[in-house]
Design a binder for this molecule. Sequence first.
Ligand code: TYC
Length: 101
Amino acid sequence: MANIVTKPRTKVRLKTERPRLHKVILVNDDFTPREFVVMVLKAEFHMHEDHAYQVMITAHRRGVCVVGVFAKDVAETKATRGTDAGRSKGYPLLFTTEPEE
Ligand code: TYC
């Protein structure tokens, strides 16, 4: 009978890796009013007027803008709350998340 030798599959982690941070991304659309986007950024991301305007106008011009970087659950909660704020007014405003490299 053939003796099949397999390597152990368990990897030993020598270092503890920090959980990856996640970006919250604002996505442009043609319908949500600019002032509403700025208001949501101020309310959900604690931004001042000037910074919120810059983020909004960057998404408007380039299609997307990184709003901030947070722990995964915080990023997801903020993205959901921002998207829901738009939905509650009938706007297609969208925040997404993605892991940082
Ligand atoms: N493009 C929208 C308008 O012209 C404004 C807007 C900016 C909407 C950024 C969404 O993520 C956004 N009314």
